[in-house]
Design a binder for this molecule. Structure first.
Ligand code: NAI
Ligand code: MG
Length: 362
């Protein structure tokens, strides 16, 4: 049966890089036994301009009904004066919260040809392949009590609380264990159980779940500050890392820079599977709308194309097609084609559509 995909290009370079990903879908339809039922809608500033809101309820409903959502990016200086609760970024925040997309998958993969473009020592990052699973709807960003309080003496204090329940820890840990089984079968769980109660529960719950349901997966634990150090010192020791919202935010940004470019990294955000096994999921590049280069035709489309590859693998079970796309991206880079963001000595300059052409040719 046809796979229902919702395509939300968004703002800035979003539509420019999405065009290349959609061309790859078209290639798959023509050359492989895959049929998509694609619908497209406005989100972010583009939706504000037409509908007055960053995302409509119909679009949320369509996202829920789809097998997966491919998202571009939203935001830009044009909407700087829009009310805070109506800003373009609310589109992605509402999708994450209303579909309860609790697990954010952030791969940090180094494609060998790019090592030269990285500012890091090649011997430390060559062949790097880490998957960070970050909990995204709980933890200190959402815990109660929170707020800025005024005390009796007139001074103020800002309060946030880290709260994690057994259920929240188990469901994100399950995602990590399942992923590990398809990779190198190793999970490193990261918290600060030495100073945080929520971290202590986190470690206990992950340990118990691992023993009970995933005894075949090698589980280790690491304190978050040490993990930051280890990611820089010897990142190849990791396979899957699972961690909470705050530490995951920092560690995934850190890990992404081991690879040398924002323009090549995809991500996935997954929810809970329903009775039919259908799991809400959203795929997007980690970069934003890059207003500084929007409209110039220079944006690197590889992160958007790699996000499509993740969608094929994790939502549609099309592992071969995903691998085919990833291999095409690797080969194109190996041939020396470079958008300006990854330009290195001896590289062949190419723009957004040129990079897309090359991936299709591969
Ligand atoms: P950004 O990721 O858009 O850009 C940072 C720098 O990286 C810029 O110099 C940009 O030109 C470059 N860059 C990013 N993607 C690139 C690509 N594919 N190819 C070549 N170069 C690329 O982050 P920034 O500037 O902080 O944010 C710009 C807007 O994007 C803001 O409105 C922000 O809120 C929004 N944003 C949206 C996200 C989303 O929709 N999920 C995520 C991050 C930011
Ligand atoms: Mg971040």
């Amino acid at each position: 049966s046809n796979k229902k995909l919702l395509v939300l290009p968004g703002d800035g370079i979003g539509p420019e890089v999405m065009r290349e990903a959609v061309r790859v879908m078209g290639w798959l339809e023509q050359n492989r036994a895959v049929r998509f039922d694609i619908s497209e809608d406005l989100v972010g500033g583009a939706s504000i301009d037409v509908h007055g809101v960053p995302i409509r309820d119909e679009v949320i409903a369509a996202a829920r009904a789809a097998d997966a959502v491919l998202f571009g990016s939203v935001g830009g200086p044009k909407w700087a004066d829009v009310a805070f609760e109506n800003r373009p970024e609310v589109a992605i925040l509402r999708l994450r919260s209303e579909l309860e997309l609790f697990a954010n998958l952030r791969p940090a993969t180094v494609l060998d040809p790019l090592v030269g473009a990285s500012t890091l020592k090649p011997e430390i990052v060559r062949g790097l392949d880490i998957m960070i699973v970050r909990e995204t709807v709980g933890g200190v960003y959402f815990g109660e009590p929170r707020g800025i309080e005024t005390l009796a003496d007139g001074s103020q204090r800002g309060v946030n609380t880290e709260v994690y329940s057994t259920h929240e820890i188990e469901r994100v840990a399950r995602v990590a264990f399942e992923l590990a089984r398809k990779r190198q079968n190793r999970v490193c769980s990261v918290e600060k159980c030495n100073v945080m109660e929520s971290g202590l529960l986190w470690r206990q719950v992950v340990t118990r779940l691992g023993r009970a349901e995933y005894p075949d997966v090698e589980l280790s634990h690491m304190l978050a500050d040490n993990c930051a150090m280890q990611l820089v010192r010897n990142p190849r020791q990791f396979d899957v890392i699972v961690t909470g919202n705050l530490f995951g935010d920092l560690l995934s940004d850190l890990a992404s820079m081991l690879t040398g470019s924002l323009g090549m990294l995809p991500s996935a955000t997954l929810g809970t599977a329903d009775a039919d096994g259908r799991r809400p999921a959203l795929y997007e590049p980690i970069h934003g709308s890059a207003p500084d280069i929007a409209g110039t035709g220079k944006a690197n489309p590889l992160a958007q194309i790699a996000s499509l590859a993740m969608l094929l693998r994790y939502s549609l079970g099309l592992d071969d097609e995903a691998a085919l796309i990833e291999r095409a991206c690797t080969n194109v880079l190996a041939s020396g084609l470079r958008t300006p963001d990854i330009m290195s000595e001896g590289g062949t300059p190419v723009g957004t559509s040129g990079m897309g052409d090359a991936v299709l040719a591969e």
